[in-house]
Design a protein around this ligand. Structure first.
Ligand code: MGD
Ligand code: MGD
Ligand code: SF4
Ligand code: MO
Length: 747
């Protein structure tokens, strides 16, 4: 930034030929690092890290900066609403006005509601780089319980488990529902359990900074993960467990801890419900049995358990590793939470802490959805935890089956914002089949994704620097504060791109709910009121509002459960008809559950370890990012590869009973010899529609979508712990990298 450039946090009046600069939150992921956006003549010329921002202190990751400018001005960006003119998926479109597109959508929705009921219209929300709370508001007003989201296999398990076991209505009291690893509170032991923050981010932080800071203080570093290339710091103990056996591992730790009296007796006596039942339950998990289940050494399991229990405070960094285990997700995640509790590491500095949450008025209007309609939520009767607000969602795999079969009733419309459904959810082919059966598919996105290709109406989404959005974001900042900021501010206007809020407000008005859809500013003011601030004030702040962290809140407030205690034995689970204590359940597919299949498919497949340069399915059209990774790579242990005659860079077939993909080999020794790992989110924007390469590169071609193999409580899909086999493959005639280079050269 040159010295006479004025940096203004909230002023969006940059015009003329003079350079001006703005403090804006980065949204290339759902983090929120501080950036400075420099503009010349109304055009963004540079984006770089804000050194004064307490979160990222000037650092940006590979997805931010140049790629964000490339994304903003990319020639493939959607600039106008498009209506389908040819067969579905034939790529024939005409430009429409927003007004015409909204009229068309509203008319179709009303006709479907007349014929099939409001539940015949479903909405889809994505990972949440944009703010889509307002989608549920419209769904509730319209009367449909069918909104899909990624929460059932991403973060939702941690939220639901914490709600049931500990925090209940904490959010109304101003606390986050889920205990976050308090890496700022000087933990003496850090456990990275199925989460690798060097690539992913922790609750809105540029991932590696706080964890690296914490590790500088030399805590014991334990990694519980079948692979560890992206784990922070060298591990003191690495437990490369068999995928899907986390509940057994955690119960094994608890057995050691209880047998040896290493638990926090005062916390257990005063604040826990059901410790004695747990002590009984862990008798089923002696070390030798846990070692056999998890494929780890018994001595190492015991050493890790003792270390975590006796090196207080200790925090567990948890994540997708336990979110996405299929049938045992909820209980494995609950076992981790109980581990935090009985060792006295809950809500203490350096442990796992319920951080403050901003007290905002959220827009969903849950009370508008009648109990009769709510009871129709697809999957809600079966996967009870899906009905917990604010994570009340339909079960995606079951909903896609419903779209195909009309069972238990027809679902004929799907309105998707900010989600690349085709790449995101299991069984790519089935999702495409489901989308094709709809009477109305609306997709709002920045690019023509394989999901948008199948739509009747495609709407152009405004990105980060192109919208004002009344979303506030919470970040952990340091030992004593969390931090809240505005997210998006409009600096640039291109074509007719709109924010998702503007779309839903417009559609809500067309459907006759005008009184519930005031202007964006009114929404913002209303939601901020409980915080005692205004939208205008917040926009002008450099780094948002700070909220003080408080520890051991349970001493004064108790827990938010029916008993007011930390419910090791869950009364809610009991009432729902599930096992009130955690237990190990074998993955639906594996050496124990399907031994015959294991003979043919002798390796375990994990999908979707996050990649540093990509945010899920995004960024594949950006040269700056494809330069870092032009095509997906399969991670294989070097010894295993040798046994198969596979060398670095060779092409490899990865097969499950559901299909096969060919990827280049990336060999290393930081992965269990029996585990193979592939990235998720891949599609090839450079390839023709409608598939755009998904059957070549999308990991979900290999993933199981059978609801019977999903988690019994929340419906989470088994994205980890599947059976596969590998073999050396011929290189394709033209590799993906070559095709990408040719496509770029032809531009
Ligand atoms: N660069 C980048 N950052 C991201 C994202 C992205 O796409 N790109 N996505 C964001 C989103 S939405 C999310 S949800 C977070 C996810 O963030 P994290 O939860 O940190 O996810 P990963 O970094 O993928 O780490 C998950 C780990 O689980 C391990 N694992 C697989 N199976 C098992 C198992 O059975 N047990 C155990 N214990 N571990 C297992 C994998 O090997 C992997 O190392 O990342 C966020 N950050
Ligand atoms: N096999 C397998 N599958 C997985 C995972 C895995 O580990 N393995 N991980 C899962 C996880 S944790 C997650 S969170 C999901 C993520 O899956 P998605 O929710 O599909 O996330 P993205 O791929 O980021 O897709 C978001 C889409 O929204 C568009 N977009 C970006 N900004 C905006 C905006 O402001 N408005 C609108 N309307 N559109 C916008 C992008 O161009 C992109 O097409 O994937 C899941 N799928
Ligand atoms: S971690 Fe996320 S918010 Fe931070 S710089 Fe990277 S993309 Fe931006
Ligand atoms: Mo996620």
């Amino acid at each position: 930034m040159n010295s006479d450039t004025e940096v203004s946090p909230g002023d969006s009046s940059a015009t003329g030929g003079v350079a001006s600069a703005f403090k804006v939150v980065c949204r290339m992921c759902h983090g929120g690092c501080g950036t400075i956006v420099e503009m010349v003549g109304g055009t963004v010329s540079r984006v770089f890290g804000d050194k004064e921002n307490p979160i990222n202190r000037g650092a940006l990751c590979s997805k931010a900066g140049v790629p964000s400018i490339e994304q903003l001005y990319h020639p493939d960006r959607l600039d106008y609403p498009l209506m389908r003119t040819g067969e579905r998926g034939a790529g024939k479109w005409r430009r429409a006005s927003w007004d015409e597109a909204l009229d068309f959508i509203a008319e179709k929705m009303l006709a479907i509601r007349d014929q099939h009921g409001a539940e015949g219209v479903a909405f889809g929300r994505g990972t949440g780089v944009n703010n889509t709370h307002i989608v549920s508001r419209l769904a509730n007003l319209f009367g449909t319980p069918n909104v899909t989201a990624i929460a059932y296999f991403c973060y939702g398990p941690r939220v639901a488990v914490a709600k049931v076991t500990a925090s209940g209505n904490y959010s109304q009291r101003g606390w986050d529902t889920t205990p976050i690893s308090d890496v700022y509170g000087k933990p003496r032991c850090v456990v990275q359990w199925g989460s690798q923050k060097r690539t992913s981010n922790d609750h809105g932080l540029i991932g590696h900074i706080p964890v690296t800071d914490a590790l500088r203080e030399n805590p014991v570093n334990i990694v519980v993960d079948p692979r560890k290339p992206n784990a922070a710091g060298p591990a003191d103990i690495w437990l490369p467990l068999r995928p899907g056996t986390d509940a057994a591992m955690a119960l094994g730790w608890m057995r050691v801890i209880i047998d040896e009296g290493l638990y926090d007796k005062e916390f257990v006596e005063r604040y826990c419900h059901g410790f004695d039942e747990l002590a009984e339950r862990v008798k089923d998990y002696p070390l030798d049995k846990v070692a056999e289940i998890t494929w780890c050494q018994p001595e190492e399991i015991a050493r890790a358990a003792r270390t975590y229990a006796t090196t207080a405070p200790g925090c567990i960094i948890w994540g997708n590793g336990t979110d996405q285990l299929g049938n045992n997700t909820f209980q494995a995640t609950r076992a981790l939470l109980i581990l935090m509790g009985i060792t006295g590491n809950l809500d203490v500095p350096g442990g796992n802490v319920f951080y403050p949450a901003p007290k905002l008025e959220y827009p969903e209007l849950w009370d508008k959805l009648s109990p009769e309609q709510e009871a129709k939520r697809i999957g809600g009767d079966r996967f009870k935890a899906l009905n917990l607000t604010p994570y009340a969602y339909a079960h995606p795999p079951s909903l896609y089956h419903t779209m195909i079969t009309d069972k238990p009733y027809p679902v004929k419309a799907y309105i998707v914002t900010g989600n690349n459904t085709v790449t995101c959810f299991p069984n790519t082919g089935r999702i495409i089949e489901a989308m094709k059966k709809l009477d109305l598919l609306v997709v709002m996105d920045m690019f023509m994704t394989p999901t948008a290709e199948l739509a009747d109406v495609v709407l152009p989404a405004a990105g980060n620097l192109e919208r004002d959005e009344p979303r506030l974001h919470l970040h952990t900042k340091g030992p004593q504060a969390t931090f809240m900021d505005t997210v998006s501010q409009k600096l640039v206007e291109i074509g007719e791109r709109r924010s998702d809020w503007e779309f839903i407000i417009g559609l809500g008005r067309k459907l006759g709910y005008g009184e519930h859809f005031p202007s964006l500013e009114e929404f913002a003011e209303k939601s901020l009121k409980p915080m005692g601030t205004t939208w205008d004030k917040l926009k002008k702040m450099d780094h948002g509002i700070e909220l003080p962290v408080q520890y051991r809140k349970y001493e004064k407030e108790g827990f938010g459960t029916p008993t007011g205690k930390f419910e090791i034995y869950s009364t809610i689970m009991e009432e729902w008809g599930y096992d009130p204590l955690p237990a190990h359940v074998e993955p639906a597919e594996g050496p124990v559950s399907t031994p015959e299949r294991f003979e043919e498919y002798p390796l375990i497949l994990n999908t979707g370890a996050k990649q540093p340069m990509f945010w899920h399915s995004q960024g594949r059209q950006l040269k700056s990012l494809r330069k870092l990774n032009a095509e997906p790579l399969v991670e294989i242990n070097a010894k295993t590869a040798e046994a198969y005659g596979i060398k670095k860079g060779d092409y490899v077939w990865i097969e499950t009973v559901r299909g096969r993909l060919r990827m280049r080999a990336h060999l290393h020794d930081q992965i269990h010899e029996k585990v193979v790992s592939i990235p998720h989110g891949w599609w090839l924007p450079e390839e023709p529609g409608p598939d755009r390469g998904v059957f070549e590169v999308c990991s979900n071609v290999l993933v199981d979508d059978d609801p019977d193999n999903c988690d019994v409580v929340l419906g989470s899909s088994p994205l980890k712990g599947l059976l596969c086999r590998i073999s050396k493959a011929e290189a394709p005639a033209r590799t993906i990298s070559q095709r990408w280079k040719e496509a770029m050269a032809a531009e």
